[in-house]
Write a protein that binds this ligand. Sequence first.
Ligand SMILES: Cc1cc2nc3c(=O)[nH]c(=O)nc-3n(C[C@H](O)[C@H](O)[C@H](O)COP(=O)(O)OP(=O)(O)OC[C@H]3O[C@@H](n4cnc5c(N)ncnc54)[C@H](O)[C@@H]3O)c2cc1C
Length: 288
Amino acid sequence: MYDALVIGGGPAGLQAALTLGRMHRTVLLVDSGQYRNGSVAHSHNFVTHDGRSPDELRRLAREDLSHYPSVELREGTVEGVSEIDDGFEADLGGETVRSRTLVLATGMTDELPDIPGLADAWGAEVANCPFCHGHEFADRPIGLLGDGPSIGELEAMLAPIGSEVLTFAKDDLSKVERTERGLLAHRTEGEPVELAGLFLHPSTAQAAPFAEQLGLDILPSGCVRVDALNRTSHPRIFAAGDLAHVEELPVPMPSILAAAAAGQAAGASAVRWLANPEAEHEGNPLTD
Ligand SMILES: Cc1cc2nc3c(=O)[nH]c(=O)nc-3n(C[C@H](O)[C@H](O)[C@H](O)COP(=O)(O)OP(=O)(O)OC[C@H]3O[C@@H](n4cnc5c(N)ncnc54)[C@H](O)[C@@H]3O)c2cc1C
């Protein structure tokens, strides 16, 4: 029986495991190796790590965890989780493990519009977040794909960065092509346009079914409802990273640093629950 099962080995899960490990709680972290930024060579906007590769960040995090003997890491996929009397039982594809608490850090997936070439450039010349990738396209034309208020907001945010900001409707683009200098956007009508990069807002979904299967509250954003301490509507389940969202924030804020911070809060909340389950249950506004 582990004190905590952490599902997910991105920044949220790795930090949650570190926080639990430092408090001498037994932790099993399971990581299926499918990261939201898996195609990204350089991540940005994380002070002290600006420009570092996500792979390197995860390697450094695992190195940190190796100093804590109560933390165990496994590569693998959790196939299912069910509630038992005193905690949870998880199926690791043939092996069953048990834990008193659960930290969900399984992230979100992105579904790109069906335009040839977009997926190849995803995480390089095609991205969703101007804070993460906008500066790299500075002083060159930047494209936006889509419509609606969120694209209008992107346009205003990118105006001081690009030499110009061009908006395309999804039907306007027949394909995009990576070039040595950026991206060539082929339009259904007219000449192709050279861009430094292209932003869009893909549709997103939970990467794993556990939040829904365990009956957690889900917000209209598709994220798990958590309070500021990353407690969910279930007293023994904590959620952190892109899959979770504090309701009071107007939008989810997916970033490595925010995910790690949430992982720390989730880990600390699990530690508090393990130390004093009754008091923690009463103090959680989401379990009322
Ligand atoms: C194209 C792109 C570029 C980005 N660039 C930046 C950037 O420059 N800077 C920045 O701060 N942020 C960036 N982000 C955002 C950043 O990637 C996320 O905010 C961050 O990865 C969220 O961390 P997480 O731990 O919540 O999820 P993830 O990093 O996605 O990790 C999810 C974990 O859950 C695991 N998992 C899922 N299901 C299971 C299962 N059934 N069993 C076991 N494990 C499971 C996965 O294998 C993985 O280990 C970018 C995102 C995208 C899409």
